[in-house]
Design a protein around this ligand. Structure first.
Ligand code: GLU
Length: 462
């Protein structure tokens, strides 16, 4: 077998294309086949050297990237990932996913992604600031960004602090105060609910899965929910699950997992929020913070949570790509999981998706689902969705209220879910009419058709 040269990108590409082919789209409308070759090549990739100075006065070198994948629906939009694993394959997969995710939000945003192999862990605030200024200089001076051109945001390793430094750098290099980044501070153009948006949106989406499958009879009340990760997405997903009456049985980081049969508490999560900004590991947090001495949890070194969570109803992978293997998916199925929705991008390996989708198709009746899988490009779209609302507020020079933004987020997550159902049903080639519609096919179809139609209109494809 030929080894893929861009494994993550090829995985994301194959996942999309295989689901489109496994529907009646190309039979009904053959013209859409021509779009694949065009949409799968980025419009532009900017790759550059980032030279910054550490606290000892020494020069440090990292690779910087911005993948401007598709601008059919609006300015390039997507986060910046700062993590040692970052390479072009990872950013191309993320940018590719982002095109269709952004289309699903129903708002006018194209798809992009960027970042660097810089590792913020263990760096001082001054080092992070110097890195951010050096990174932004290439993009800002090069003229690659702008509120109508390309609007980056956060992702793994890029939070409020980094967005602040990047914004300051853009402003000083271009002499322009504009909504060129999202996830900004609340006093200087940020949107309320943006920090919460991905996690909240994920839970709103999953709530629709539960309600649809049970015909409105069930919701999060009493559900046991396994979550991975402990960053921004996992934190707010966990808080929303607790608010809605569910029990969060796990969280994790790159070093290990915490498990609680009785439920991780809000106080646990507040401590994690405080400590993670200082790059503390869960292992240290549970030893140092009083919330964990008054209400202890189990720590499992070097493990992901999935095979350790016990009986669960819902799984919300919210750490990073490929964080559920085929074996772990089988373990979750054996643990009783009924709903899976990704807070991470491409959280499930193809093998895991095949396990979940196989269970769905085998379902005898829609009202008693085996497993219903929601892909990240739909279920985690809440973050970029509120980013687009932040852009709208910046254009208006106005700030909306918490209720306004949260209502809009919820309404649009429901609409996005319904679109996935509609497209999955309209283009279904499945023989078992009793099973629930495929949310992965539905999301891919709905996102792809919207982008493709705009590309035809623009003459990008003919
Ligand atoms: N990084 C987030 C994502 O994967 C948010 C992007 C944004 O807000 O532009 O969708």
């Amino acid at each position: 077998m030929v080894k893929p040269s861009e494994p993550e990108f090829e995985q994301a590409y194959n996942e999309l294309v295989s689901t489109l082919k496994d529907s009646t789209l190309f039979q009904k409308h053959p013209k859409y086949q021509k779009v694949i070759d065009v949409v799968s090549v980025p419009e532009r990739i900017v790759q550059f050297r980032v030279a910054w100075e550490n606290d000892k006065g020494e020069i440090q070198i990292n690779n910087g990237f911005r993948v401007q994948f598709n601008s059919a629906l609006g300015p390039y939009k997507g986060g910046l990932r700062l993590h040692p694993s970052v390479n072009l394959s990872i950013l191309k997969f993320l940018g590719f996913e982002q095109i269709f995710k952004n289309a699903l939000t129903g708002l006018n945003i194209g798809g992009g992604k960027g970042g660097s192999d810089f590792d913020p862990k263990g760096k001082s605030d001054n080092e992070i600031r110097r890195f951010c200024y050096a990174f932004m200089k290439e993009l800002a001076v090069g003229g690659f960004l702008g509120e109508n051109r390309d609007v980056p945001a956060g992702d793994i390793g890029t939070g409020a602090r980094e967005v602040g430094f990047l914004f300051g750098a853009y402003k000083s290099y271009t002499k322009s105060w504009e909504g060129v980044l999202t996830g900004k501070g609340l006093t200087w153009g940020g949107s309320l609910i943006r920090p919460e948006a991905t996690g909240y949106g994920l839970v709103y989406y999953t709530e629709q899965q539960i309600k649809y499958a049970t015909k409105g009879k069930e919701d999060f009340t009493g559900k046991r929910v396994a979550i991975s990760g402990s960053g921004n997405v996992a934190q707010y997903a966990a808080l929303k699950v607790i608010e809605l009456g569910g029990t969060v049985v796990s969280l994790s980081d790159s070093k290990g997992a915490i498990i609680s049969e009785t439920g991780i508490t809000k106080e646990h999560i507040f401590s994690i929020q405080e400590a993670k900004i200082k790059f503390k590991s869960l292992k240290d947090i549970i030893n140092e913070y009083s919330a964990f001495s008054s209400s202890p949890v189990k720590y499992i070194d070097g493990a992901r949570p999935w095979i350790h969570v016990g009986q669960v109803d819902v799984a919300l992978p919210s750490a990073t790509q490929n964080e559920i293997s085929g074996e772990e998916a089988k373990a979750l199925v054996a643990a009783g999981v009924k709903y899976v929705a990704e807070g991470s991008n491409m959280g499930s390996t193809q093998e895991a998706i095949d396990v979940f989708e196989g269970e769905r198709v085998a379902t005898k009746s829609a009202s008693s689902p085996a497993v219903w899988y929601g892909p990240g490009k739909a279920s985690n779209a809440g973050g970029v969705l509120v980013s687009a609302l932040e852009m709208a507020q910046n254009s208006q020079r106005l700030t909306w209220t918490t209720e306004q933004v949260d209502d809009e987020l919820k309404k649009r997550m429901i609409e996005l879910f319904n679109q996935s159902i509609k497209f999955a049903t309209e283009y279904s080639n499945e023989t078992n009419k009793e099973s629930l519609p495929s949310l992965v096919k539905g999301a891919n179809l709905a996102g792809f058709v919207k982008v493709a139609d705009a590309m035809f209109d623009h003459g990008d494809v003919y």
